[in-house]
Design a protein around this ligand. Structure first.
Ligand code: 5AD
Ligand code: SF4
Length: 439
């Protein structure tokens, strides 16, 4: 979602003549779009501010201006603190106010030109206005695009900051989502990924009062000419309805890949996490999905070392992983987040124990990823070409199962293939990608 938000920030600044640069030395405006999900991510902001500060000081010394802004969820959670700790920062804004960026930049520059200090803070949490503003922007034609349909979360998992930083759950209206989707298709987008912190809790309303859940939305988007692939992320097991599972069987555009975080395999830990599902109900969803779409590739999120997790609890996570068999996964050491209930639980797990568990879990998940990638060797897969590959004579794309695919094309003009779905014979597999040639 931060990638999506960053792209939208570029869109909102474009009418003012701003464009992206890879070198901060050239920038008139630097925006640090931050993540608060784990401590490591949040800490990065202060080292980044330090790095930009040097460039900003140098520019100021040469009589040039640079606006430094901190956006995203760290800004939302610690805005005032950032202002205090880093006087070099000109403005701070949260994930729901970045549509105001042009106004904030103008104000900041006006203050500076009068010789005053720029100290702008905008961390309101109301969402509707943001999407209304963003919908007015032009869209760029690429092979793949994100489309936010839902934001925020009311689930309050005891470890998670999202309900506090992104605000409560909000679904965009059906008319807005469909209009944005049509614009993307017209711009040449072939694959759309519907985004939301709790995307399968989507419940949009139309101007005529009709209400759609995610299953109906996917079916309607599939009817739009141009889209050949639809994905959605991130889902919560709680909202994995029968109808949504059915979509994977009745809508060919809905890709055979699902990111469905489970977090842990122990029911005791899941309860303490306030996850509202247990390991059995999670496994039932997986088995229902596999009945409908036997080849579906699964991905998950895992937290090890949640307060109170014993060796036995952790073994249940390992057991669940062995049972489900993931194609891909993300796993993390529990990181206490200020303001969340788990951070003040008195049974915190020793760091050393968590690290050891994480190493074991990651080894298992990596082996499963290798096994999954190996299982497609010799098969012919439809691959959506996104662009040039890293090495010469190759292009890069994604399989229906989200695998990164490197394709050797030699004499073919690679740019002709961009945005096309081509059949690829898979010859080799590694842990992180698969390789093949055009069929
Ligand atoms: N510590 C570790 N991992 C976390 N996640 C969310 N909050 C925390 C935390 N406090 C992980 C979860 C979630 C993913 C986006 O980040 O696994 O699904
Ligand atoms: Fe965080 Fe996801 Fe739980 Fe919401 S459902 S609180 S976003 S982990």
């Amino acid at each position: 979602m931060n990638v999506y938000d960053t792209e939208r920030m570029v869109d909102v600044m474009a009418p003012q003549g701003y464009e992206e640069t890879d070198t901060p030395e050239n920038a008139d405006l630097v925006v640090l779009n931050t993540c608060h999900i784990r401590e490591k991510a949040a800490e990065k902001v202060y080292s980044d501010i330090g790095r930009i500060r040097k460039i900003k000081d140098k520019k100021n010394g040469a009589g040039e201006e640079m606006v430094l802004a901190v956006g995203g969820c760290v800004a939302q959670a610690e805005g005032a603190e950032i202002m205090k700790r880093a006087p070099i920062v000109d403005m701070v804004f949260g994930p729901q106010t970045y549509h105001n960026l042009p106004k904030m930049v103008t104000n900041s520059l006006a203050l500076k030109s009068r010789g005053e200090k720029s100290r702008i803070l905008d961390t309101d949490l109301a969402v509707d206005e943001k999407f209304e503003q963003l919908s007015k922007n032009k869209v760029k034609g690429k092979a793949t695009a994100f489309l936010t349909i839902q934001e925020g979360c009311d689930k309050f998992c005891t470890f998670c900051v999202v309900p506090y930083t992104r605000g409560s759950e909000f679904s965009r209206s059906i008319d807005d989502v469909m209009s944005d989707a049509r614009k993307l298709a017209e711009a040449g987008v072939v694959e759309v990924t519907l985004l939301g912190q709790n995307v399968n809790a989507f419940h949009g309303v139309s101007a005529t009062g009709e209400e759609w859940g995610l299953p109906q939305l996917i079916r309607e988007i599939a009817k739009i000419n141009g889209f050949e692939r639809i994905r959605y992320t991130t889902s919560h097991p709680h909202d994995m309805t029968e109808d949504l599972i059915k979509v994977h069987g009745d809508t060919p555009e809905c890709m055979p890949y699902l990111h469905l975080p489970v977090q842990a395999g122990s029911d005791k830990v899941l309860k303490a996490m306030n996850r509202t599902h247990d390991s059995a109900s999670y496994k039932n969803i997986i088995s229902d999905l596999r009945k409908i779409r036997p080849d579906i590739a699964l991905s998950g999120d895992f937290i090890v070392g949640f307060p109170g997790e014993t060796d036995e609890d952790f073994e249940q996570t390992m057991e669940l992983v062995r049972d489900v068999k993931y194609a891909q996964a993300f796993s993390f050491k529990y990181s206490p987040r200020p303001g969340t209930p788990a951070a003040i639980m008195d049974n915190q797990v020793d760091e050393f124990v968590s690290s050891e568990r994480l190493t074991r879990l990651q080894a298992l998940l990596k082996q499963q990823q290798i096994d999954f990638n190996n299982s497609v060797v010799g098969k012919t897969l439809p691959v959506l070409i996104e662009g040039l590959g890293k090495t010469q004579g190759t292009v890069f794309g994604r399989s229906p199962y989200m695998q990164a695919v490197q394709i050797f094309v030699r004499e073919i003009n690679a740019t002709d293939l961009q945005g096309k779905i081509v059949d690829v014979i898979i010859k080799e597999a590694g842990p992180f990608n698969i390789q093949g040639v055009l069929a």
